[in-house]
Write a protein that binds this ligand. Sequence first.
Ligand code: NAP
Length: 269
Amino acid sequence: MKFAIQTRNDDYSNTLMQQAKQYLLDFGLEFDEEEPEIVLSIGGDGTFLHAFHKYAHRLDRTAFVGIHTGHLGFYADWKPSEIEKLVISIARHTYEIIEYPLLNVKVNHGDNEESTTYLALNESTIKSPGVTFVVDVNLNGRQFERFRGDGLCMSTPSGSTAYSKALNGAIIHPSFEAMQLTEMASINNRVFRTVGSPLVLPAHHHCELIPVQEGAGFVLTVDHLQLPHRAVASIEYTVAKEKIRFARFRQFPFWERVHDSFIASRTDK
Ligand code: NAP
């Protein structure tokens, strides 16, 4: 089996990376950064996002595992002290694959150029760099509202514990194939009106955002990436056909991770 390792690049993560790499080589696995079947991410959830985007073109052939070298993460949910157990499990194939939904982001350009498509593990946002921006929100081909404010965030279920949570979005269990739209400081008065609540959309729905002011500047992000700014005619969001695959070696239910991350740690994981 071929493996690759992504680290946060601090001393501790790099030392663990060397240790894990040596263990895996000793067990007869092959180090291959181009076509890994399993990717170990050592660092935090931020490191995991980098690993995901590096191998997003081969999700059907790659499984991911996250080890946290700081606080417990949602993707980085293995402790460094568990590395030996993890390596043995990888070598013996005694793990199961768990799949989580992703967000498909299609950016249509105004200059008649081909649209560009991205996959998000956490979310995609569209934000004003300063002044209020205006965008039409269409659901399933019909206008739903005209949004004025700081921005909008469309998140995956597993991204619901990240940026979306800070925007008062609901925490959504990743077994739901859904995406969630949250607002950033919408203007609501007698003239301008938005729904004001997060919207949870199922897999067969689609949401299109159409910037209203021609040439108005905004920032478009996919996870940690800020997309190169080109003329944008619209952005289409759907639940992706692709999924991320996690190699799971032990049970650590989602709600326990939510509890241990946001309430108090009781499991020392
Ligand atoms: P970053 O420093 O890599 O991440 C910011 C924080 O978000 C870190 O503490 C990270 O955890 C945590 N995080 C990432 N994914 C998470 C998840 N699924 N559930 C819970 N926490 C998660 O920042 P970045 O490079 O700019 O962007 C990466 C992510 O940061 C984005 O995808 C977005 O979700 C999040 N972000 C959040 C806010 C906010 O909450 N107001 C604002 C901007 C961006 P680790 O410490 O384990 O890496």
